[in-house]
Write a protein that binds this ligand. Sequence first.
Ligand SMILES: C[S@@+](CC[C@H](N)C(=O)[O-])C[C@H]1O[C@@H](n2cnc3c(N)ncnc32)[C@H](O)[C@@H]1O
Ligand SMILES: [Zn+2]
Length: 296
Amino acid sequence: MTLPALGALACPNCGQGLDQADRRLSCPDGHSFDLAKQGYAPLLAPGSNATTGDTADQVAAREEFLSSGAYDPLLAAVAAASVTDAPGVIIEPGCGTGHYLAAALAKDAGREGIGLDTSKYALRRCAKRVVFEEQGPGDDEPRRAAGTQMRLAAVLADAWNRLPVRDGAAAAVLNVFAPRNADEIARVLHPRGALVVLTPRLDHLRELVDALDLLSVDPAKPQRTADQLSSVFEAERTDEISYSIGLGHEAVRLLVGMGPSARHHGAAELDAAVAALPERVDVTVSATVTRWLKKS
Ligand SMILES: C[S@@+](CC[C@H](N)C(=O)[O-])C[C@H]1O[C@@H](n2cnc3c(N)ncnc32)[C@H](O)[C@@H]1O
Ligand SMILES: [Zn+2]
């Protein structure tokens, strides 16, 4: 099977286009890359740091938590903001399991997508992801039914390095709770394309941050993000999304397990802290989705 979005991919060594023969991708200079057994394309640029990716446990927790629908209002806002009339693919550096990318592709029947991540566990899941023609919030199972298609390529790549994507090949770039390299995003984005950035607000998950001593959002972060992007982009619109969800202990464990605090808590310590919570906790979900356009 030809890898979706092949025409938008670039050799990580020399930047030229890639061709596919069987399970091997190669550029005109003879650099070649064999697709992993699990279907993703290993296109790490020289000097990349591939140790930054989520662990198997984090990915499993993310998969299960997101498929519960608890973040569907965020999913809907990102997907709506990703629609553009620019030609090209939709890409997501730090795509995780491809949850947001698939929803963006489902909005736009003709599009293909590229999910990039340094976690092989996330990419295994992303490579199998099918896009539902009529995908709506919550409709997130890896089913192969009529009306579904393999429309995205999963790619092992470091978001802090040169992306293996051709100049101007992206109609939209998604950035959802993930690393953000403004110069590379600007390089791959089509002049009429859109960058969709979701960032947590200061009160995101605040009840759990307090009760479980989780990492909190850095108050200086929104300004840093704006400073970083505004040299190349201008904000076209911003949606602030805030709502409350009632979570039981298992959902709390998944939510903590999929995030950065998972690396800082021993399992036993976390279990004890969760057990001390009321059976159902009301948790604030709060994020900003901004659609940025390239400055002309
Ligand atoms: C918090 S998760 C968000 C995943 C996805 N966007 C979502 O919201 O479901 C951050 C993702 O970034 C990936 N990541 C971390 N460092 C990275 C890097 N340098 N390059 C590419 N991906 C990276 C992690 O493996 C993880 O999948
Ligand atoms: Zn090459």
